[in-house]
Design a protein. Structure first.
Length: 520
């Protein structure tokens, strides 16, 4: 989410070298206004821009008057301007100047990603999401072969390295590559962190463990706004949020590997040592019988089925099986479309906080803070009579309608807070939907295809997040277009979910045959 600030777009205009020699002479002239502002009025044309609050005259961002020093001096000293004078307009030919009153430095300013290169800012956002897509594709295989703790620790160190190296990149392509690599390690930390924390607890605590994990993410999202408010230089901000990840190297000494993973790869003795340590810290005494991992299941002191060995199914499903079977195909296509729509809307709303009007830092802090109650609400609602399906559908509808309404509310005057409130309501709702889509997918796919189905849902979801910065650029064509696209896709996704079965309190399907029977 740091790209909201590091890639922030600021007002800019052409740099006019012909004015350099004149600025020094201004103090000797009897000029009542700011010399800089006066020279800007003389050298930069203005254009009328329309917005939801009316229209206004603004300085051109990409063009300037084709004017020399002599002409500038004549206009500067003339008491009566020559209204008949015709001056050609040309593109910026000596670079740009930037308004640094809010952001003293951004990536956009650093590499001049404006005018003909203005697509490169959103492109870098998409490149970062592409890195996350690649990370999701490989992190599962790496984690299953090397271990949860190994992947999390190495990825955290790589985050510190790649994130910090971005500040010394001398050109945009190199910076974009480092953003790609940074994005690729994030799923290894977040995704496997979630797997790790849920594997360390019993079934009755898994929902709470995953909820608190997500709440920590939302807390970091909120703190980011405070850091960005204090640190206005993108390089210092980037170092502040990246370099501390190197501390994760201490995981090697203070955290145990997941005992479930150790059992799955046959490292029984190491798993026993870890479980004995956990039991001792929890004041639980385990008998030798309870430490017998050759049984089908391990039962904890309260009789809860806490650890199930990972067994390889005789006939694991593949993509062809999923697409050939009628009910599996319906489930897959609906979930994949939902992955695209929900990720597109979630990241679109998150990246768009600096375009809501008002204070960028407050908007981002609110956008992060609303996720905390959203995660608590999602864990509560899915266990009520609403279940998974209705909870997901209702909040998709809320998110979609809020996004559509926000497209037509003016972002100025008394309407500013109304617009922000509606948008943040949509952010609350889309967060609930986003937190449920993968849980719902895991409960709909059979055991033989669960990992594949959830992974493909994630891959399609990252495709939606890659598209979100591109869709946000559509506001240059018509300002309400991006929230309209997000809203319509989200509503359609919510309606399609009604075609799927409810999974609350039901036995999870083990085979594709069971899934097909459930569909009928």
């Amino acid at each position: 989410m740091s790209v909201v600030f590091t890639l922030a777009t600021t007002p800019h205009w052409c740099k006019v070298q012909e004015t350099a020699a004149i600025v020094d002479e201004c103090e000797y002239m009897n000029i009542s206004t700011s010399c800089h502002d006066l020279l800007k009025n003389i050298t930069i044309p203005k254009k009328r821009t329309d917005n939801t609050c009316g229209s206004d005259w603004t300085f051109s961002s990409c063009s300037r008057y084709d004017i020399n020093t002599t002409t500038i001096l004549e206009l500067l000293t003339s008491e009566v301007p020559d209204t008949n004078r015709s001056i050609d307009i040309i593109k910026c030919n000596h670079g740009w100047e930037y308004d640094r009153s809010q952001y003293t430095s951004t990536v956009i300013q650093e590499f001049n990603l404006v005018c003909d290169r203005d697509f490169m800012g959103p492109l870098e956002m998409s490149i970062s999401q592409l890195g996350m897509l690649l990370g999701y594709m490989f992190t599962g295989l790496l984690s299953d072969s090397k271990g949860r703790l190994f992947v999390i620790t190495i990825a955290s160190i790589m985050l510190a390295v790649f994130g910090s190296l971005q500040v010394v990149a001398t050109n945009f392509p190199l910076h974009a590559v480092l953003r790609l690599l940074t994005g690729a390690v994030l799923p290894c930390i977040y995704g496997q962190g979630l797997v790790y924390i849920t594997e360390l607890v019993g079934p009755s605590k898994r929902a709470f463990a995953s909820m608190t994990f997500n709440v920590c993410y939302a807390a970091g999202y909120t703190v980011l706004a405070l850091l960005a408010y204090i640190i206005r230089d993108w390089k210092i901000l980037q170092l502040t949020i990246s370099a501390p990840a190197i501390i994760s190297i201490i995981y090697w000494w203070i955290l145990p590997e997941s005992p479930r993973w150790l059992l799955s790869v046959g490292k029984t003795e190491r798993a026993k040592r870890i479980i004995k340590k956990i039991a001792k810290m929890n004041g639980v005494v385990l008998s030798e019988g309870e430490m017998d991992f050759d049984r089908d299941t391990l039962t904890d002191a309260k009789g809860c089925n806490s650890i199930s060995p990972i067994t390889k199914p005789s006939f694991p499903g593949n993509v062809i099986d999923i697409m050939c079977l009628q009910n599996m195909r319906k489930i897959s296509l609906i979930l994949y479309l939902n992955g695209i729509a929900i990720s597109m809307a979630y990241y679109g709303l998150s990246y768009n906080t600096t375009n809501l009007g008002g204070n960028d830092y407050i908007n981002t802090a609110i956008a992060g803070a609303v996720e905390i109650p959203a995660y608590f609400a999602s864990m509560f609602l899915i266990e009520t009579r609403l279940g998974r399906k209705l909870t997901y559908c209702i909040f998709c509808m809320f998110a979609g309608m809020a996004s559509i309404c926000s497209a037509f509310i003016p972002k100025c005057g008394t309407f500013l807070w109304i617009s922000t409130a509606v948008t943040m309501t949509g952010k609350f709702a889309i967060t609930i939907a986003y937190s449920l889509v993968y849980l719902y997918a895991a409960e709909l796919f059979p055991t033989t295809s669960r990992s594949l189905g959830v992974s493909l849902t994630g891959v399609f979801g990252m495709t939606g997040s890659i598209l979100s910065p591109v869709i946000l650029q559509m506001r240059k064509t018509w300002n309400p277009l991006p929230p309209l696209v997000f809203g319509i896709f989200t509503i359609v996704a919510g309606v399609l979910v009604l075609l799927l079965p409810e999974t609350r309190g039901r036995k999870l399907p083990e085979t594709m045959k069971e899934t097909e029977a459930n569909g009928k």
